[in-house]
Design a protein around this ligand. Structure first.
Ligand code: UDX
Length: 446
């Protein structure tokens, strides 16, 4: 089939590559000329396992192309995806200007029936606004071109995006048009080979499904961080509690890892946006507010532990950070817990030496050159001259470190384990002080 995708961010690029991989002819449109030029040249703007070879191969084979010109793209697609960004505006609501601008562009140029698909995470009611924007432009041209708008939210996780896209748990389709559903079923048929993963519903339910999924996952994390904060006060170990509750299949082991708070481009933004949507409809979503609040506090947790350990004397100290990205297998720094930690350390007069396998360039781009930040090439290089080590992102490379080497390198041998990667007894046996999240003695030690 012929597919057009507006937006070559995470969602757009991964969706485009996977649809091309399944044999479709995909044309991706982006307003960013430099980005399109790089993509045409085979340079992938994001780090995502498996994405680069898939984009390169499909581009070479003519299945996937990129353009800045919407006109040929709108002529091309029987299915036109809108996968542009919906950043939060000043009050936390999703900013729809890019989505609606694409809708207007489509309305100005559409010549024959197409299914317009909202792939971006958009508030409930956006499909109606997209439909109205397209219709208005068509009316201004004085033409009648049939079209449908479908909500098809994306559930891909950064770091596993290609895998999630090729083997989705579910394909949510929100539509009131049988014709559009038939087109979408045909497009997704190769993803449904073993069993049908399609969940069909009305447009508004599909739009809410995406927010409900992310809000539920964020709630699980904040819930566990809350339990961790209780655990450390009562002298319990949240890691044992986690295993104890995860064994109940109604709860499950996934997404109950306490830590330095959730980050990324989805959870913080979507929880806030859903809260705003509820408020706009006269409902105060208290649970969502609490989920957000717990997370905000949790992002300051590592700093609090470090501050207490050093009796507030952080001026002139150097803290080594292992991990900068908001989670492993990505270079994404959006809402990363490391940012809050570094900013708080700098404010307290401390310096940071950091190592991350992928996110150093992004960190440099955000913070520029500064005397109190050294980005290192190797985990142990970050320890040179440091007073403490803080683990912020659970990259695999940090799982079994050489504790003797860490101890020898640090001025005051102490680890602040923001992802509970280590067994406290093993770290202490090696002669290092250990602080984790919600691990009984952390608080009394300070
Ligand atoms: C998320 C959703 O998983 C995905 O379905 C949706 O489409 C977009 O948002 P992503 O933002 O890529 O994906 O990251 P995810 O793996 O879900 O992790 C989000 C954050 O939660 C990370 O900062 C991670 O460290 C944190 N997290 C996750 C925890 O603190 N504890 C956990 O148990 C799980």
């Amino acid at each position: 089939m012929k597919v057009t995708i507006f937006g070559t961010g995470y969602v757009g690029l991964v969706t485009g590559a996977c649809l091309a991989e399944m044999g479709n002819h995909v044309l991706c449109v982006d307003v960013d000329e430099a980005k399109v030029a790089r993509l045409k040249n085979g340079e992938i703007p994001i780090f995502e396992p498996g994405l680069e070879p898939m984009v390169l191969r499909n581009h070479e084979e003519g299945q996937l192309d990129f353009t800045t010109d919407p006109a040929p793209a709108i002529r091309h697609g029987e299915v036109i995806f809108i996968a542009v960004g919906t950043p939060p505006d000043e009050d936390g609501s999703a900013d729809l200007q890019y989505v609606l601008a694409v809708a207007r562009t489509i309305g100005r140029q559409l010549e024959r029936y197409a299914v317009i698909v909202n792939k971006s995470t958009v508030p409930v009611g956006t499909a109606d606004r997209v439909r109205a924007a397209v219709a208005e432009e068509l009316a201004m041209r004085g033409v009648q071109v049939p079209f449908d708008v479908v909500s098809n939210p994306e559930f891909l996780k950064e770091g596993d995006a290609v895998e999630d896209c090729l083997r989705p748990d579910r394909i949510v389709l929100g539509s009131d048009s049988e014709k559009a559903v038939a087109v979408m079923r045909k497009l997704y048929a190769p993803f449904n080979r073993n069993h049908d993963r399609t969940v069909l519903m009305d447009v508004r339910s599909a739009e809410l499904t995406k927010y409900a999924a992310n809000a539920m996952l964020a709630t699980k994390i904040s819930f566990m961080n809350e339990i961790a904060n209780i655990a450390e006060r009562v002298g319990a170990d949240v890691e044992l509690v986690r295993q104890g509750i995860g064994s109940d299949p109604r709860i499950g082991y996934h997404f109950i890892y306490p830590g330095a708070g959730y980050g990324g481009s989805c959870f913080p933004k979507d929880v806030q946006a859903l809260e705003r949507t509820a408020r706009a409809h006269g409902y105060e979503a208290r649970l969502l507010g609490a989920v957000e609040q717990v997370n905000r506090t949790q992002k300051g947790k590592l700093f609090e532990l470090i501050h207490r350990h050093f009796d507030g004397q952080l001026a002139g100290k150097t803290v080594a950070l292992w991990g900068l990205a908001f989670k492993p297998n990505t270079d994404d720094m959006r809402e990363a817990s490391s940012r809050r930690l570094m900013e708080m350390l700098w404010d307290a007069g401390a310096r940071v030496r950091a190592f991350d396998p992928e996110a150093a360039d992004e960190t440099r781009r955000i913070y520029g050159d500064r005397d109190d930040l050294v980005l290192c090439e190797h985990p142990y290089e970050a320890l040179e001259g440091a007073d403490a080590l803080a683990i912020v992102t659970e990259w695999k490379a940090f799982r079994s470190p050489d504790f003797e080497r860490i101890k020898a390198a640090l001025g005051t041998p102490v680890i602040f384990d923001g992802r509970n990667l280590y067994t406290p007894a093993a770290v202490e046996e090696a002669g290092l002080a250990y602080y984790g999240i919600g691990r009984g003695r952390s608080l009394s030690r300070g």
